[in-house]
Design a protein around this ligand. Structure first.
Ligand SMILES: [Zn+2]
Length: 563
């Protein structure tokens, strides 16, 4: 009886968790003895242990040692290598003086540059970039040594597979952490900048997690197609590339984007407590993250080096990795097709009775879930210490707890709004209506960013139709379970990335993937008694308040930077 009632939903949730784990977990590290033309995190770790042994901020003696080491390593790899000197600007110098407590009136900075000349110097080169300076007091094993050693291992693997027509340029910038100083200097003044056609920047935000293609140059259609074809264990999303094209952000790629380059920005995001932390050393770094960044970087670099022509500017594409397996890419106009097809699926699962009344009832529930839920989750975030004098890095360290808080609250909101009885097919359509409206608005204003709404609406519509039309057929049940699991699994991984990106400031953002998951759950959900629904809802709410207070009252995290 239990199994008959809950079996399908249980199966969908289990499968969803497996899919989400595939998307969220970086791949296994590769040993030093794998094939020489492959990326091995173990080989890269040898450099990482040396570079990230001690903090090496701009202008420090330790930074000078790291620079010398990098020049030596590039030369040993067969590159023409050296340093390019410039001066820190006024604002950057102020920041550095604030860190060090000194009052320097000038500070020289040094980009480390290496060139592996191709056989055809008329072809635009591929530039790989990462910054060699750290923030004050942090060994920087992640930020940005993981990028620096990825590049060294990529160059080694590229050399292994033979000479290329296209030149490869390596740029290890200085002064990134005080204001992108080295990168600004290169893209404004260094003559080499004119030889560059494509740029890949490697960055770090936290000590683990997946490495993601999170930003590109504008008109990325052809550029992303190269990525999608070449990269075997991808993590990428046109939602984040859209957001980063709109919002200001600071990485070394920012000055490059002012030029006309084809540009890719790859950064890991995860283990947020280690962002800029004095505790992020070799032991704390997740080696899987290094493997993920390097293997994607190598696949992309090789594809760009081998391309007859570097990707031209083509209209922006919609793209995302499917649970880390491969990159799905299509023209954003398909979003309209998904919306219409999803609407038809919901339409064909309608019944005659209470058509309008039930649809309005379902829509009201979803609006309440999102609206009221958003307000309460905002309040819970304030309770947890958001706003006012909260330490930014302490909030980052609390992301795991904030995710638990958001999940508990979403469960409470689900049982409050949808828990009591199984909704009629008409009410399920009603519940989907507010999401359809979001999908239409998104499709108009941000078509490449809206795939995570339009595609799930089609899949949820299909699942609803299968269960409604063929309720006794096993294939219909299996189909609905797979569709629901795909949607929920993606929403869990997306929710996780949203939490890492903006969670501490905008906890309410969790409700959007939660609402889409609700649409996937509803066709399989049979309802519980009013009493049980109220009980679960109240319990989850009370515990989420408890978690909020725990976040507020616990001592400041030991990983928080001291400056
Ligand atoms: Zn950085």
């Amino acid at each position: 009886m239990m199994l008959r009632k809950w079996g399908l939903l249980f199966a969908a949730l289990c499968l969803a968790l497996i899919l989400a784990a595939m998307a969220i977990m970086p791949p296994t590290p590769q040993a030093a003895n794998i094939a020489a033309d492959k990326f091995s995190s173990a080989r890269a770790m040898t450099d990482l242990r040396i570079i990230a042994a001690r903090p090496h901020p701009t202008g420090s003696a330790e930074n000078a040692k790291v620079r010398d080491y990098l020049v030596t390593r590039l030369k040993s790899l067969g590159l023409e290598a050296g340093m390019s000197e410039s001066q820190l600007g006024e604002r950057a110098l102020k920041r550095l003086n604030k860190w060090s407590g000194e009052a320097k009136s000038e500070q020289a900075i040094f980009n480390v540059i290496g060139v592996l000349p191709g056989t055809d110097l008329s072809k635009p080169a591929v530039l790989l970039m990462a910054h060699h300076d750290t923030v004050w007091d942090s060994p920087g094993a992640a930020d940005d040594t993981v990028g620096v050693v990825s590049i060294l291992e990529i160059v080694r693997a590229i050399k292994e597979s033979g000479p290329n027509e296209r030149s490869l340029i390596v740029l290890f910038t200085d002064g990134e952490e005080v204001g992108l100083s080295g990168a600004r200097h290169f893209f404004k003044e260094n003559p080499l900048r004119e030889k560059v056609g494509a740029v890949i920047n490697f960055e770090a935000r936290g000590g683990g997690g997946t490495a993601n293609l999170f930003q590109t140059s504008k008109k990325n259609g052809a550029a992303v197609k190269v990525f999608a074809r070449a990269v075997k264990q991808p993590s990428a999303s046109s939602l984040s590339t859209f957001v980063y094209n709109v919002l200001p952000n600071d990485t070394d790629l920012t000055p490059a984007l002012e030029g006309d380059y084809t540009a890719y920005n790859i950064a890991n995001i995860g283990d947020a407590e280690y962002y800029h932390s004095p505790k992020i050393d070799v032991q704390a770094l997740d080696e899987r993250t290094l493997q993920h960044m390097g293997s994607q970087g190598l696949d992309l670099t090789r594809a760009l080096l081998l391309a007859d022509d570097l990707p031209a500017k083509k209209p922006d594409a919609t793209f995302f990795d499917l649970f880390g397996l491969f990159t799905v890419i299509y023209a954003p106009i398909w979003g309209w097709v998904f919306l219409v097809a999803g609407g038809l699926c919901y339409g064909f699962s309608q019944t005659q009775e209470n058509r309008v009344k039930d649809a309005v009832w379902g829509a009201m529930k979803m609006v309440g879930f999102l609206g009221l839920g958003g307000v309460v989750l905002y309040a819970l975030n304030m309770l947890s210490g958001h706003g006012g004098s909260a330490n930014y890095y302490d909030r980052l360290a609390a992301i795991g707890k904030l995710e638990a808080l958001a999940l508990l609250f979403c469960i409470a909101a689900f049982f409050a709004a949808f828990g009591r009885t199984a909704l009629s097919a008409n009410a399920r359509f009603g519940a989907a209506l507010p999401i359809f409206i979001l999908g239409i608005v998104g499709q108009v204003f941000a078509p490449t960013a809206t795939y995570f709404i339009t595609l799930p609406l089609l899949l949820c519509g299909l699942a609803t139709l299968l269960i409604r039309r063929w309720p006794e057929k096993i294939w219909a049940k299996v189909g609905a379970v797979i569709l629901a699991a795909g949607v929920i699994g993606y929403m869990i991984s997306l929710g996780h990335l949203l939490m890492l990106g903006v969670g501490p400031d905008m906890l309410s953002v969790a409700l959007l993937p939660a609402a889409i998951s609700v649409l996937a759950i509803l066709p399989l959900y049979k309802g519980v008694s009013k009493r049980t629904a109220n009980l679960i809802s109240a319990l989850c709410l009370v515990v989420s308040v408890g978690v909020a207070l725990w976040i507020r009252l616990d001592p400041i995290a030991t990983t928080v930077p001291l400056y």
